[in-house]
Write a protein that binds this ligand. Sequence first.
Ligand SMILES: Nc1ncnc2c1ncn2[C@@H]1O[C@H](COP(=O)(O)OP(=O)(O)OP(=O)(O)O)[C@@H](O)[C@H]1O
Ligand SMILES: [Mg+2]
Length: 322
Amino acid sequence: MNEVILKLKNFSLSYKTRKGILEAVKNADFELKKGETLAIVGESGCGKSSLARGIMRLFPRNLEKVSGEIYLNGEEILSLDEESYRKNIRWSKISMVFQGAMNSLNPVLKVVYQVAEPLMVHMKIDKETAFKKAKEILSLVGISESFSERYPFELSGGMKQRVVIAMALITNPQIVILDEPTSALDIITQANIMNLLKLLKKEFNLSYIFITHDIATASELADRVAVMYAGEIVEISPAESFYYKPAHGYTMMLLNSVPTLKIDKKLRSIPGTPPSLISPPKACRFHPRCQFVMDICKIKEPPMFKKDEEHFAKCYIGESHE
Ligand SMILES: Nc1ncnc2c1ncn2[C@@H]1O[C@H](COP(=O)(O)OP(=O)(O)OP(=O)(O)O)[C@@H](O)[C@H]1O
Ligand SMILES: [Mg+2]
């Protein structure tokens, strides 16, 4: 699992807002390997969905600027013209389950039609073939033929989530971005969907970018974890190091705020509120909330330090920085 399928270099994205320019993603720099699940975790508003939609090149009207490079199988795709991107990349190579998608299924269209639609619209495949493929994929995600002829309101939350997963897979992509795919579901249904995602990954040889604010769900699926704070990726490491050897002050405090059954520990919440991305704190963006803050954190932006094999963090903790 060492072949790099997707690589982001200095990827940044900002929006125009009434209060000024909001930089939702700043200098994201990471790789996704073939067959890998990379989890992206971080609190609400830190830029996870902006990053995901940015990779899909689905920008809102108030986009101010997007910059950097995105390589898919070695080919730079951020500079491709929209026509080529739409024809050759979006959905066919990289697809996405949008945050809250299960609640935005079209209420007046049968499920099978909605799953077939990406094939008909993006791939220009005829209706009969698209419906046949839609039924196959629906059955694979656990929706029987009789349910595929129903309308979204007749399905449970878990079933609707299976439908939107089927929609993301029908175009046979190599990479699937899953934006909070289980957040709105009860815990048993969550577990079922996670198992389904694991199964599908094997079946279709997929690579996942799995976005969540829920650390427990990330642990289920992730090979590596990237932690995002205030628009920046501040730590990236193998999943095990993320849990047992966090290197960034934010990650440490994040893990301390999560209840665990086995370890008897005092839960601490993170004081303060997430910063404004219009005028974020200088130097380390987390310094005003960090319990480990040092003078340097307030003055100089930390570089991405190599903390261990495959483990990087933008944090001065444990570094000599005189
Ligand atoms: N179209 C937009 N115009 C202006 N600001 C936006 C736009 N979309 C998102 N934002 C802002 O960008 C920041 C990042 O938002 P984003 O939705 O990417 O965060 P997120 O990490 O996905 O949050 P959540 O966990 O709540 O889904 C937030 O401050 C948000 O308010
Ligand atoms: Mg989001």
